[in-house]
Design a protein around this ligand. Structure first.
Ligand code: HSE
Length: 447
């Protein structure tokens, strides 16, 4: 074993960084044996040096991150500060000074991954980022390496723990969105400003990274259709339950049938309770990968938190250190396929639509006509809600207890159709005099 240590600079020492520092110290001998040389924590850049960090050597702290990465003797920089700047500049400077980079920065990689990969190649160093997607769950390496000989057609998963916790609470307790968010905040799952999670930005960044690697093409966060969970109501969840479904925030990346394009999207969707993703509870993540030869693979585990994310960072640290010792680099960006990223309009999916309608003869026929005019085939129709006697009674079985001049709730579930056709159908339904309102629209997946 080489005795001269490999030097590591740590940028950021919050929940993840302090755990990385702790494990590097407590597992130093094992890490050295696995790498073939000791690894030494050479400096830790922080914004607030006076904050108490248990187990982190205070003498290594500095507020000058740029000077740390410019030292010239750093082998690997671990970036866990997040956000686009100053992370991007620090990573680029690290490359320029010969350091490989391990990053957990999904926002930066989803916005500017191609440029960062190019900079790493230019300077002959590694850029690894297993921790950027789904915490401890190995996903980047299996997609990049284990499945490098296969053809991935679909990646479908729950990649945000905060929103999964909120939706799970709504499902299991009947709570509304705000109440469930308050609980997620109190338990430390949701940030004080939960926008990145609840509006789907975090999941969209992860979807972009996964799609790019899975399909060997460039996908940025701007290519990802994004809807968050803030509009999901207790009524949506109850409606899903009546259909034998639950609601999850899904990231879905798909190759088109002709193989020439891909789509990437994040939105809440109903999935059947029998689907394995339905049983992913609390803040856990799970991702399905469908590949031509491998078939269906499922990756499951903790997608956030200091320790799980540190596990992924340390795995990358070992890999980049091994590469440094061997004077080589690992696989970089693979974007040779240059596929078109199609818009959401082209995605073929199913809708669950809940309408408040006038309860009088001919309304169902009017509604059905609008679907037919847009070439959208109806799977099921149920009348429920407004007239308690009719609740849950299938319309085709008699319509049950119609009140002249009253209102009824119609729940329509479609067959698969292009999202554009489904959206146009909803717009046309809104214009019908007999449709008093569109109470909810949700896609149905996983069947
Ligand atoms: N905020 C993320 C989540 C974890 O809730 O899953 C970091 O990506």
């Amino acid at each position: 074993m080489r005795t001269r240590p490999l030097k590591v600079a740590l940028l950021g020492c919050g929940v993840v960084g302090s755990e990385v520092a702790r494990i590097m110290t407590t597992h130093a001998d094992d890490l050295a044996a696995r790498i073939g040389a000791p690894v030494e924590l050479a400096g830790i850049a922080v914004r607030r040096p006076n904050r108490v960090r248990a187990g982190v050597p205070a003498e290594l702290l500095t507020t000058d991150a740029t000077a740390l990465v410019k030292r010239g003797d750093i082998d690997v920089v671990v970036e866990v500060i997040g956000g686009v700047e100053p992370a991007r500049s620090l990573i680029t400077t690290s490359f320029e000074h010969g350091a490989s980079v391990v990053s957990a920065n999904k926002a930066l990689l989803a916005a500017d991954g191609a440029a960062l990969h190019a900079a790493a190649v230019e300077h002959g160093v590694d850029l690894y980022y297993e921790a950027a997607v789904a915490g401890a769950i190995p996903l980047i390496r299996p997609l990049r390496e284990s499945l490098a000989g296969d053809k991935v057609n679909r990646v479908l998963g729950i990649v945000n723990g905060t929103t999964n916790f909120i939706l799970d609470k709504m499902d299991t307790t009947g709570a509304g969105y705000s109440e469930a968010l308050d609980e997620a905040t109190a338990l430390g799952y949701a940030e004080a400003d939960p926008t990145a999670d609840v509006e789907g930005f975090d999941a969209a960044a992860k979807a972009a990274i996964l799609a790019g690697i899975a399909f060997h093409t460039r996908v940025t966060i701007d290519d990802v259709h994004r809807e968050g969970i803030t509009e999901v109501t207790a009524a949506d969840i109850a409606s899903a339950r009546r259909m034998g479904c639950t609601v999850k925030l899904l990231a879905i990346c798909e190759r088109s049938a002709d193989g020439r394009s891909v789509t990437a999207r994040v939105h809440p969707a109903m999935i059947p309770l029998t689907h394995p993703l339905a049983s992913v509870r609390e803040a856990y993540n799970a991702v399905f990968v469908e590949a031509a030869a491998a078939g269906q693979l499922m990756f499951y585990g903790p997608g956030a938190g200091g320790s799980p994310t540190a596990s992924a960072v340390l795995g990358d640290l070992v890999a980049t250190c091994r590469n440094k010792l061997a004077s080589t680099t690992g696989p970089g960006e693979s974007a040779y396929a240059q596929l078109t990223v199609s818009p959401m309009d082209d995605v073929v999916t199913r809708y669950h639509i809940s309408l408040d309608v006038a309860d009088k003869p001919g309304v169902l026929a009017q509604v059905a006509t609008v679907f037919a005019e847009h070439q959208v085939s109806i799977d099921t129709v149920r009348q429920q809600g407004r007239n308690p006697a009719a609740d849950g009674v299938a319309v085709e079985q008699g319509g049950g207890g119609r009140r002249e001049g009253g209102e009824a709730s119609l729940v329509v579930v479609t067959h698969r159709a292009p999202d554009a056709a489904l959206g146009a159908t909803v717009e046309a339904l809104r214009k019908l005099d007999t449709v008093r309102g569109v109470a909810s629209i949700m896609r149905v997946e996983g069947e």
